[in-house]
Structures are given as structure tokens and as C-alpha cells.
Design a protein around this ligand. Structure first.
Ligand SMILES: [Zn+2]
Ligand SMILES: [Zn+2]
Length: 260
């Protein structure tokens, strides 16, 4: 059994929790320790089951709670080797301790109790940013946010996953016709920005089989609306693939049965 919780998603903060009944993996720490601990208590996920905290990158909406969570729980924090090399000042700012900091190279397996993880490089304006594919209890999972393009390595990893979390950040028309200054529009829609709805939904369709589930996450508050993503989903994705559009900041949970 896997019990997963999206504690929060979007530019206000990101945190994804995966509990297999023994071990818990946390991806991203854009929340306070208090919010994390009270939410886990509500979901009956023991804090002592947390084995590791993986960060996709060091932008504050993904990492602002990392240092405190690391120290309070004594768990290792994982980032890519490139991210460590290029973001020294952010590591200091988030008070992430070196003794409990682990680094990985892209494509190399990370083993922690209960989880086998393959990190892959995403394309974002934060050096060494990553997405993750992992297996636990015989099921495959995939998480990709904050990427301007879909990296080649993501395709086979997503195809193998039964449960996916994919960024669906902005609607192209809303962004282009919206009030953001030109440089920001360029940044978001550029190669090192965020993923557009049509790309996200198309990617989900191409990589999913009947029975899979896909959660669309990290929606922009200003350049997107859940209804737009839902409309694209119902138009393009077969009904046997379970899809959920996660509103900004909204908490939601799901359960996945073990493979027999
Ligand atoms: Zn973000
Ligand atoms: Zn970011």
C-alpha cells in the first residue's frame, strides 16, 4: 500500500509525501516543519518513518523548510551534485547541514529504505534541477515539476510509472495576454521556465496506460485555471486513466494498492 499526500503545490510551496506503511519519502520542502508535522499527524503518517528528503531544486517554494526539517528529524537531504556545486549560498541560506547532505548524479540509482529512485535532469533556471522516478512495493512513480521542456530521459521513466505527478503550470493564451512584463513571460515560457498545459497533458497521454493515475501539479495562480487543465484532460486523455488537477495550495491524498 502507498499512501501519498500532496501537502501543497504551486509557487506558494511544494511538498509531496509518500508513505508505504513502513517508510516515508518526502519530495520538496516548501513548507514549515510545523505544517509538515501537523499534516502528517492528521494523515497518521509517523514522523519517525521519514527516511529522506529529496529536493527537485533550491528555489524557495521547494526548499524553504529543508534546513529546519533536516535538523528536527535528522534525515538526509538529497540534491544533485551540480545543484550542490552551483548553489552554495542557497544551501547556507536554507541552513542545510553538510553532514546530512547527500548528492547524486543524474541517472544513477539512489537506494533508501523502501524506495529505489532514479533522478533525471529537468530544464529550469536553477542549476542541477531534477525530477524523480521511483519504485516502492512493486509500483512505479514519477514526479516532474519546474521544467521548461520535457527532457528526453523523462519519457521512458514516465512510461514505466503507474502514478505520475506532472507540472501543468500555465495556459499559453493566459500568459501571453496577461499582465506579466515581457521578460517574465519569456522566462516562464522559455526553455528554462515552466511546463505549458498542452505539453503536460500531451505528455501524460503519451506515457500513460489504462489504470494509471496522473496528478497535474504546480499550476500558476495568475496564468492558469484548474478548469482549463480539466477541460484539456477530458478532451485528450482516455477515461480509464485517472486524472486529478491539484489546485494551488490544496491538500489532497491518494492510495495505491500493492502489486500482487
Ligand atoms: Zn516551483
Ligand atoms: Zn523553480
Amino acid at each position: 500500500m502507498m499512501h501519498y499526500v500532496v501537502l501543497t503545490t504551486g509557487s506558494c510551496g511544494n511538498c509531496y509525501v509518500f508513505y508505504n506503511g513502513h517508510d516515508t519519502l518526502i519530495i520538496d520542502a516548501g513548507v514549515t516543519f510545523t505544517k509538515l508535522s501537523t499534516s502528517l499527524e492528521q494523515h497518521e503518517i509517523p514522523l519517525e518513518s521519514i527516511r529522506a528528503l529529496l529536493l527537485t531544486h533550491l528555489h524557495p517554494d521547494h526548499s524553504k523548510g529543508a534546513g529546519v526539517i533536516q535538523r528536527r528529524l535528522g534525515v538526509p537531504v538529497y540534491i544533485s551534485d551540480i545543484s550542490r556545486e552551483c548553489n552554495e549560498s542557497l544551501l547556507v541560506k536554507q541552513k542545510i547541514e553538510k553532514e546530512l547532505l547527500r548528492t547524486f548524479s543524474f541517472g544513477e540509482m539512489i537506494s533508501i529504505p523502501g524506495f529505489e529512485i532514479i533522478p533525471f535532469a529537468t530544464s529550469h533556471d536553477s542549476d542541477g534541477s531534477s525530477g524523480y522516478a521511483f519504485t516502492s512495493c512493486g509500483k512505479g512513480y514519477f514526479l516532474m515539476t519546474d521544467t521548461g521542456i520535457i527532457p528526453d530521459e523523462a519519457w521512458p521513466l514516465a512510461k514505466e510509472a503507474d502514478v505520475k505527478f506532472i507540472e501543468s503550470n500555465y495556459d499559453e493564451d493566459m500568459l501571453m495576454n496577461g499582465s506579466y512584463p515581457q521578460f517574465l513571460k519569456k522566462r516562464i515560457s522559455g526553455r528554462y521556465g515552466h511546463l505549458e498545459n498542452k505539453m503536460a497533458v500531451g505528455f501524460a497521454r503519451e506515457t500513460s496506460k489504462i489504470g494509471d493515475s496522473v496528478s497535474f501539479v504546480h499550476l500558476s495562480a495568475n496564468n492558469n485555471a484548474p478548469e482549463i487543465v480539466s477541460e484539456a484532460v477530458s478532451r485528450l486523455i482516455p477515461s480509464g486513466i485517472f486524472c486529478k488537477v491539484c489546485c494551488r495550495g490544496e491538500l489532497f491524498e491518494g492510495f495505491v494498492d500493492e502489486e500482487r
